[in-house]
Design a protein around this ligand. Structure first.
Ligand code: SAH
Length: 456
């Protein structure tokens, strides 16, 4: 694991004093999910509560009245990503100025360690000439910015590669925020709506940044894909085991109160309940994220064909979770069906499903807990150096509390997991040359950082 250690010391040795207090964590609850406020480029929550949310309820009710109850997946998709009134499209929900907080917003160290992971995987793949950093659901752009800063710190290592950034983002409003973070004013929206690259820009270091609505529009090339708290935002189907077999859970209008919605169980099988539940399923209630499955299949195919890796970080389980769909608003759990569009909806990621969907063409690693991944990546060493060089008491306090938030098992340390797809050659043990007894031992493949214990 020498490579990772060397990258860490090269990336951070001459900038130990450059830690920026990004967020204070004292007001963040242990689940680390939601808090509140808005950015100027988005509507204020109260204005939204008056306008967009009733219109979302109206829209869903009229849909249900005309075609019958909708699947939970369709409900979630409308609520989160409807192009006009969807939660992600309309609100700035992220960070200190938003509705919730995520690891990259808590500390830049998180993104820096992911940056080191990316460089070490690029090296493990034989340092290809082209390196596409592809992020799914980049939020405010903080993670990509922290990763790019590591690339520039490691210029002597990555310098030979042609680096470009590709962001898959459904929200035009969030793409503006990402552009501001990554490129300042050096970006433009596409003139035609049909352009798959709906925004393009350049960082101060002249790295090209492109925005897409869909992963399929990202050019095929060696890529490292990053998805942090992306898969949990994708819609899930819900299924319930009944005496008559598996039935899909649907969303209907409450008969006693037409302004309210309720869950119902479909009386007969739906296409989804007939096709998405595994024949040997043992749980009584399952959630299946078909859209996530399709995205993982695309990632696997790209990695198999073009080389690269994917790093998926999210809260989730390995095939044991049941009823995990929940809403969050202002740090509190929120009824999933109440005031649709006013709260985030999220479901735990089923990593066993992602592994199955990835198929046999790629190698899968994990899930490992965030605590283990960050410790294996050297977060303790990085923190010690930062603390040794920091005399300001409030920055020291912030450093310690962000470290605790990210790694404490009862906070984000064991709720969040890291999972990776890799090109199969990455883990292959090189064959020993036949018949040559005195031949030097073939080099083993570089261990995959984060998933293997580090000895510092
Ligand atoms: N990765 C960021 C943001 C997580 S929130 C962080 O950890 O801070 C989820 C992000 O995914 C938002 O940027 C949201 O707009 C985006 N998103 C949600 N559904 C999407 C979809 N179907 N396609 C593309 N982006 C999506």
């Amino acid at each position: 694991m020498k490579v990772c250690q060397q990258l860490l010391s090269r990336a951070f040795s001459h900038r130990v004093k450059s830690y920026v207090v990004r967020r204070t964590t004292s007001d963040i609850p242990a689940t680390g999910r939601w808090s509140s406020a808005q950015s100027a480029s988005f509507c204020s929550s109260s204005a939204e509560d008056r306008k967009a949310q009733p219109s979302m309820l109206k829209h869903l009710s009229s849909k249900i009245r005309s075609t019958g109850p909708v699947s939970v997946s369709e409900y979630m998709k409308e609520v989160l990503t409807n192009p006009v009134t969807g939660y992600y499209v309309r609100k700035n929900m992220l960070g200190a100025d938003g509705d919730f907080i995520t690891s990259p917003e808590i500390s830049q160290v998180f993104g820096e360690l992911l940056g080191v992971w990316i460089v070490s995987e690029w090296m493990g793949a034989g340092r290809p000439e082209q390196l596409q950093l592809v992020e799914l659901g980049p939020g405010r752009g903080s993670l990509a910015a922290d990763i790019l800063r590591v690339f520039s710190q490691l210029q002597s290592v990555v310098g030979g590669a042609s680096v470009s950034v590709h962001l898959v983002e459904v929200s035009l409003a969030l793409s503006r925020l990402q552009a501001e973070t990554l490129t300042g004013k050096r970006n433009m929206e596409a003139s035609s709506e049909d352009d798959p690259v709906y925004r393009h820009g350049e960082t101060a270091a002249r790295v090209s940044v492109s925005w897409y609505r869909r992963l399929e529009d990202v050019p095929a090339a060696f890529s490292i894909f990053v998805a942090h708290e992306f898969f949990d935002a994708l819609p899930v189907h819900k299924f319930q085991r009944t005496e008559k077999g598996w039935r899909e859970v649907l969303v209907d209008i409450e008969p006693a109160d037409p302004d309210r919605l309720r869950f119902v169980v479909a009386p007969t099988p739906t296409l989804a309940s007939s096709t998405l539940v595994q024949a040997d399923e043992r749980r009584d209630h399952v959630e299946v994220c078909a859209e996530g499955g399709v995205i993982v299949q695309q990632l696997a195919r790209r990695i198999e064909e073009e080389g690269g890796a994917a790093l998926i970080a999210d809260y989730g389980h390995d095939g044991t979770g049941t009823d995990t769909l929940r809403g969050f608003k202002g740090h509190q759990l929120h009824d999933v069906l109440s005031i649709p569009g006013s709260a985030d909806l999220t479901a735990d990621v089923d990593f066993s499903f992602l592994r199955r969907m990835a198929g046999g063409g790629v190698a899968c690693l994990g899930p490992v807990t965030q605590r283990m991944f960050l410790k294996n990546m050297g977060i303790d060493v990085r923190m010690q150096v930062l603390l040794r060089n920091c005399s300001d008491p409030s920055t020291r306090k912030q450093l310690i509390s962000s470290y605790d938030m990210l790694t404490n098992p009862s906070k984000m340390g064991e709720r969040f997991h890291f999972f990776s797809l890799l090109h199969p050659s990455r883990l292959a043990v090189p064959k020993k040359p036949q018949g040559l007894k005195l031949e030097k031992k073939s080099p083993a493949p570089l261990p995959v950082a984060g998933f293997t214990e580090l000895g510092f």
